[in-house]
Write a protein that binds this ligand. Sequence first.
Ligand code: C5P
Length: 394
Amino acid sequence: MELSQNKTILIGITGGIAAYKIYELIRMYKKNGFNVKVLATPNAMHFISELTLVTLSGNGIYKDNFEINEYKPEHISLCDEGDILVIAPATANTISKIANGICDNLLTSTCCAFIKPVIIAPAMNTNMWKNPVIQDNIKKLNNNGYKILPPESGYLACGTEGNGRLCGIETIYNATVETLNLSKKLKGKKIVITAGGTVEKIDPVRYISNFSSGKMGTALADAAHLMGGNVRLISTFDINRPYEVTQVQSALEMEKEIVKHIHNSDCIIMAAAVGDYRIENYSEQKLKKTNEDALTLKFVKNPDILKKISQTKNDKVKIAGFCAESENLIENARQKIINKGCDYLIANDISRKDIGFSSDDNEVYILDKSLNIKHLEKNTKQHIAREILEYIFE
Ligand code: C5P
């Protein structure tokens, strides 16, 4: 199997009873030619045997032994060696620590420093899983690019029936292979993605903007990074990512930043909600309230960045735009792709409360230049992002 050659899987085992199931997972990875290194939390070692893990993985076990390993701190050397980190079973404790950047053992420290894909397979008592704090932490991890394999329903070791059982070992194995495969799809591709809503300043304290949360653009950048792409995110939000992020405010700043990269990219995806207008005369001083009942501000048109770059780009660059519509979605999208001249237009219906602006989910239609339409059914923005990239780079 070509994929497994030279690939190292780091398995993080935490202190839940489902830890015993990981013996089988290690066997499956090894049988298929992967190199496996096990990191165990101190609590995990109550449930599993070091000798069994060493025998199955063919490697030593990485625990909190604070031994000096050559010249590198161990969590950093493991980050260099591993191609993927799979945490299974992941307890509520470890999930919450990772979600909050806590690094109090070798596994949580490694996870914090790891910039390659991380898969998390939670397992716990039903009430712990349903606890809103744990659900918030899961959501946070999901939004930050960690892949969560949700637990299943069934008989639990605590004697109850319900949701919380570790998902199947085959599910974890398949997700690992799929993620590793994915990380080769955009290798060598330079991808520029915009996210967020532009901010058009009126005076030093006031501005006009829009409700864009930046979630779709950020999900696209995260997915492109996981798929091995060389990503540059141009965002109106200040976020930290393991790839290049440039923060901009206005449409003009966004345009300037995009233009720098247009001839040196394979793909530009404009997911940002760019303000169509900006104030004509920015006031250096705060505008004073007057005795008049009304205030008139004059706005001028911003450049249509998508249209401009679609007209000036070379054939090698694929350009995709977004179109948020509250009515006649497909018809408006057809008109828009013709008018803008981009290669793809991704249309979503913002009249629906369950998808689009600020939501964690989306449902979109991708139009291409020949006006073919591909429907992507409602799913998380992370999932939709991956499907969009797969379609564009098919
Ligand atoms: O024309 P409309 O604003 O609906 O088009 C949306 C698409 O065009 C998005 O991809 C958005 O990023 C882009 N856009 C742009 N410059 C503008 C307005 C929108 O590039 N001034």
